[in-house]
Design a protein around this ligand. Structure first.
Ligand code: ZN
Length: 294
């Protein structure tokens, strides 16, 4: 099954739901970053959250970033998505390793630790919109729900799940966000709260073969839901030679001169997709000249 998401609203206009399956994107991120199971789960949840939130973007150049900074083994995770359902992800420590929690669960909260969640919405305005909240559990879903409630004043329920197989591949990944809209009907909310409280973990549902539509039916049982949009999702990077050149220009004249004199070449690696970019001496001299003219 390819990765995709749906956006739906109930007939009373009380709630809107984003539901996604992201198994392939998370598996590709695992291959790119060669992550251990707990790092796979943490990165996969942030990637899934970013894809779900990216659905609210309207314009081609709009971007949404979720950044997690914690004092645990992982330190930093960053996922950036756009309106086309594409996401790129970065994790500073792909090799975090912690003992399993009860019931054999991966200890994502322990690997993240205490810290902050930063959400940056770049909507093509002069300044991007930046919201920041403290992490509640480090398990990402609870942290995102907390973010919505405190930074966006938007009551939400969030589920994010990644199931890692014994051979470290990703067996299932996905998530949903349910947002309570203004003037929501009390009856709808209490019905929803009851279903969510008794629901199975999202990764279990996806492992069973539930599609985003099936997950929607499951969590919104008894509600009349209308699907407004369906969108394919994938892990994709937008790096290119020019972007890496700009990064080189920004390191400054002194460092560039040192690289030219000592190494005579440079290899830079995109931290999102691991693509390598090579620069020979002439190219570096050209970049140095651009840095001088800045
Ligand atoms: Zn890249």
């Amino acid at each position: 099954m390819i990765d995709y998401m749906i956006r739906a609203i109930d007939e009373t206009g009380s709630i809107r739901v984003f539901s996604a399956s992201t198994t392939n994107a998370v598996q590709r991120a695992r291959e790119t970053h060669n992550t251990t199971p707990v790092s796979t789960a943490a990165l996969g949840r942030v990637i899934t959250a970013s894809l779900l939130m990216g659905n609210t973007l309207k314009n081609e150049k709009d971007k949404i970033s979720i950044q997690i900074t914690g004092d645990g083994q992982i330190k930093n995770i960053l996922a950036i998505s756009n309106c086309r359902g594409q996401v790129k992800g970065y994790i500073s420590n792909p090799h975090a390793d912690l003992p399993l929690k009860g019931k054999g669960k991966l200890d994502v909260g322990g690997a993240i630790g205490n810290g902050i969640m930063t959400v940056i919405k770049d909507l093509g305005m002069k300044e991007p919109y930046v919201g920041q909240t403290e992490l509640v559990t480090g398990e990402i879903a609870e942290d995102l729900a907390h973010y919505f409630a405190h930074s966006d004043q938007q009551p939400s329920a969030v589920a994010l799940g990644v199931l890692v197989d014994k051979d470290y591949t990703v067996k299932a990944a996905g998530g949903y966000i349910i947002q309570v809209l203004p003037n929501a009907e009390e009856e709808v909310i209490s019905k929803l709260e009851e279903t969510i409280a008794n629901s199975e973990p999202i990764s279990t549902l996806i492992e069973k073969g539930y599609t985003p539509e099936d997950v929607l039916d499951y969590i919104c049982e008894g509600l009349d839901m209308k699907i407004l949009e369906k969108k394919d999702l994938k892990l994709a990077c937008d790096c290119c030679q020019e972007r890496i050149e700009r990064a080189l220009i920004s390191i400054g004249e002194n460092d560039l001169t040192e690289i030219i004199e000592e190494d005579g070449k440079a290899e830079l690696c995109c931290e999102f997709c691991d693509t390598k970019y090579n620069f020979n001496k002439e190219e570096l001299i050209d970049i140095l000249n651009q840095a001088k003219n800045k």
